[in-house]
Write a protein of this length. Structure first.
Length: 225
């Protein structure tokens, strides 16, 4: 029996610590589904690359900066960071062991294999909020892409990251003058206000045009020096 090109094919299905996660192929695309909700796919990657680029630009030529990427996803942010020799260290925090496995030994290795082999790269299996509260490490940039954004979370508990307490944890791991970059599926003026109320400076939003609908955005803020 042949499978229609337009019919998604499940490649792996796992019950993870936070519910079901699925990797499926739809035509040429790989898709990650969490608890029945579409999270991301390999269709583009422009917004994930901009997330990393915007953080690096905002650092204003700081030498050998360390970046913490929240969420491995399909690997575009990691791959883009590892392709840039200006980053001194790259840490990725991902809470789903299945996603890590799909990159190390599965179909997503086509995107991330070179980055995972880079000696600057470290993958940490942990919940991001817990990691931010407990780590003693500090970073020059924090790039977050763990959900659909501050106004549209699909995973229970992720909304706490975008609240004032979560942003305080982000500021705690940033070095003075460090940059917080947050990907969102749509602009959030309210989140800009939350960033300012949490003490971040130079708050701004960069848009990423999409084929249809509201543009993706990256929200940026700088921890005071």
């Amino acid at each position: 029996m042949t499978t229609s090109y337009d019919t998604p094919v499940v490649l792996d299905r796992r019950e993870g610590p936070y519910g079901e996660v699925v990797l499926r192929r739809h035509g040429e695309l790989l898709q990650i589904i969490a608890n029945g909700c579409f999270l991301m796919d390999t269709s583009d990657g422009r917004s994930e690359r901009l997330l990393v680029e915007a953080a690096l630009r905002a650092l204003d030529a700081r030498g050998n900066p360390a970046v913490l990427i929240g969420g491995l996803g399909v690997g575009f942010s990691l791959a883009h960071a590892a392709a840039d020799p200006r980053w001194g260290a790259i840490t990725v925090v991902e809470r789903e062991p299945a996603v890590i496995d799909w990159h190390r030994d599965g179909p997503l290795a086509d995107i991330s294999a070179r980055a995972l082999a880079d000696p600057r790269t470290e993958i940490v299996e942990a919940d991001l909020l817990t990691f931010l509260r407990e780590t003693s490490a500090t970073y020059d940039a924090l790039c977050l892409d763990i959900d659909n954004g501050p106004d549209w979370t699909v995973t229970e508990g992720n909304d706490g990251l975008y609240a004032r307490a979560g942003l305080a944890s982000c500021a705690r791991v940033l070095k003075p003058g460090g940059v917080l970059a947050v990907w969102s599926a749509r602009p959030s003026p309210e989140f800009e206000g939350t960033l300012r109320n949490a003490g971040f400076q130079q708050v701004r939003t960069e848009e990423i045009p999409v084929a249809r609908g509201v543009p993706d955005v990256v929200h940026l803020g700088v921890r005071p020096g």
